[in-house]
Design a protein around this ligand. Structure first.
Ligand SMILES: [Zn+2]
Length: 168
């Protein structure tokens, strides 16, 4: 094989490897994920949550779902990205305010659980409930809580109040 042929072969191998890498990056890129990696529900732009569960970074439909995943897997949860409920803009967890336990649970559509008479069934447990809804400012969070109930606090305060991961 001549030197030219060799380097041509190498170029093909390189191009192939780069293509594979790019395809992998596209699939992995969290901004392209549209279904929650824990529960499969659609990820709404204004509830999109990115968090590490142990050492794996995943995309979630809401912060509560990520906390539920951490509890199920007995792994600590570290939030890396939230979305402002009003605008869908990316928020840093350390800067975000949140409302916990309001009457709005964006991941749960009431028609998911209807009894035979077509009445909504009160839900005792859902992995996305009680909801934690993030806001860029305390004023927005308080305005939301005045309409929908729930407690306003810094986001990180709310998630650190959650019960510790069971050790069993
Ligand atoms: Zn989810």
């Amino acid at each position: 094989m001549s030197r030219v042929q060799q380097s041509f072969g190498l170029a093909i191998v390189l191009a192939f490897a780069l293509g594979l890498g790019y395809a992998g990056w596209r699939m992995w890129n969290p901004s392209r994920v549209t279904a929650c990696q824990a529960c499969g529900r659609a990820v709404q732009a204004n509830m999109r949550t990115i968090a590490f569960i142990g050492s794996d970074q995943e995309v979630f439909c809401c912060p509560t779902c990520a906390l539920s995943a951490g509890t199920q897997m007995h792994e600590p949860v570290r939030f890396t990205e939230l979305a402002d409920y009003e605008t869908g803009h990316v928020l840093r967890p350390a800067d975000a305010f949140a409302v916990e336990g309001s009457d709005v649970i964006p991941c749960v559509r009431s028609h998911e659980m209807l009894n035979r008479d077509g009445q909504p069934v009160p839900m005792e447990f859902d992995r996305c409930s009680p909801s934690i809804i993030a806001f860029a400012t305390r004023a927005s969070a308080e305005h939301f809580a005045a309409e929908h109930g729930g407690q306003v606090a810094m986001f990180l305060q709310i998630v650190s109040r959650r019960p510790a991961i069971p050790t069993q």
